[in-house]
Design a protein around this ligand. Structure first.
Ligand code: NAD
Length: 374
């Protein structure tokens, strides 16, 4: 059996499989691993490193023509979709909840496609969870980006020139990215406060040395599988007021609040931004789904009345070495579910295989995607 690693488009620095995972893939019984020429270059994984690890460096045409399983992070271009062969397995992070129309060409090509962003957030799926891996990178990088743009120090300094107070950082949403942002801001010496609608987040926030800001009346649902749910209008109003108050003292706000498959909740209104101290920085990680902040522009850095607002949607691409390495380990763990004795063995009774499958014999198998498409 042959596995093919494809090169990403010019605006993506990561690669789906790194050379350090090749030997573990071979141990699964995968006889041949083909990598597209230059696939890992921007992630600092040169072709020679793949060759040394036992992979073969070939053209894109050869990867499409010879591989039984294809791996790629971002969705394919039209030209790539045309090269797919019936029965081929395709694995990536295609975000079909945002772009459900992308499943059509996969169905037409007759491929078996799996989108890792649809993995359930269960203990068993943790080792494959690319969303958590990438949110870890994004949460960390968001704080560094904020520190870089802030015209002040993060830590407290006692110097001969006087005492400098530590920066105040407000984190909206204490999920994977938010918790990583708290930990990173604390390591840099900032004072950190965090908001979340899930009560389970409180303990985690406190354990990282941050203050948890509670707004009473949040709606939670066990059926949401650990994710947040849409809040009532009354709660949203109360939360916006509390966020406004805490924002007035914040030097940095990192926004990470999300409800999967929905537009990001709007939490920081324009008036709040306009009330912040000049020089403050907002990093909105939810920019690609509308943003948690009213003035965010996706993939742009803007100044709004003296406040810098950054809406960078692909921070993992700015740390391509470790982000790729984490993605690669996640792919390896996923492949363990479908490669048995060197052969592709798709077991749709397996909840993880079923939950991630967006194309099988021309149909969507993932229940979650089916519901969204309805
Ligand atoms: P997550 O689901 O683990 O965390 C989101 C958190 O937001 C949850 O704890 C949830 O309870 C909380 N939340 C939801 N609604 C809220 C509200 N109204 N008020 C306060 N908290 C609320 O998600 P994650 O994996 O940490 O990702 C967070 C965000 O970062 C997502 O929007 C994701 O798309 C984005 N992201 C961005 C990048 C990037 O490069 N910009 C990379 C990875 C992830």
């Amino acid at each position: 059996m042959t596995l093919g690693i494809l090169k990403e488009a010019q605006n993506e620095n990561r690669v789906a499989v790194t050379p350090d995972t090749i030997s573990a893939l071979q141990k699964l019984g995968i006889e041949k691993i083909l990598v597209e020429k230059g696939a890992g270059e921007r992630a600092f994984c040169p072709d020679a490193a793949y060759a040394e690890a036992g992979a073969e460096v070939v053209s894109e045409k050869d990867v499409f023509g010879k591989a039984d399983i294809l791996v790629k992070i971002q969705r394919m271009t039209d030209a790539q979709l045309k090269q797919l062969r019936k029965g081929q397995v395709v694995i990536g992070q295609f975000n079909p909840l945002w772009e459900p129309e992308l499943v059509k060409p996969l169905h037409e090509a007759g491929v078996e496609a799996f989108s890792l962003d649809l993995l359930p957030r269960t203990t068993r799926a943790q080792a494959m969870d690319v969303l958590s891996s990438m949110a870890t990178v994004a949460g960390y990088k968001a704080v560094l980006l904020a520190a870089n743009h802030l015209p002040r120090f993060f830590p407290m300094f006692m110097t001969a020139a006087g005492t400098i107070k530590p920066a105040k950082v407000l984190i909206i949403g204490a999920g994977v990215a938010g918790l990583q942002a708290i930990a990173t801001a604390r390591r840099l010496g900032a004072q950190v406060e965090a908001f979340d609608v899930r009560t389970a987040a409180k303990e985690e926030v406190l354990s990282l040395g941050a203050k948890f800001v509670e707004v009473e009346g949040a709606v939670e649902s066990e059926a949401a599988g650990g994710y947040a749910v849409e809040q009532t209008e009354e709660y949203k109003k109360k939360q916006a007021e509390a966020v406004h108050q805490h924002s007035m003292n914040a030097d940095v706000i990192i926004c990470t609040a999300q409800i999967p498959g929905r537009k990001a909740p709007l939490i920081i209104h324009k008036a709040t931004v306009e009330g912040m101290q000049p020089g403050s920085v907002i990093i909105d990680l939810a920019a690609s789904t509308g943003g948690n902040c009213e003035v965010t522009e996706n993939d742009k850095i803007i100044q709004h009345k003296g406040v810098t607002v950054i809406g960078d949607s692909n921070l993992p691409s700015t740390m391509p070495r470790d982000a790729s390495s984490m993605f690669s380990k996640n792919v390896l763990n996923f492949l363990k579910l479908m490669v048995k004795e060197g052969k592709v063995d798709l077991n749709f009774e397996d909840d993880i295989i079923a939950a991630t499958c967006i194309s099988h014999e021309g149909e969507v198998i993932s229940e979650r995607l089916k519901q969204f498409m309805k």
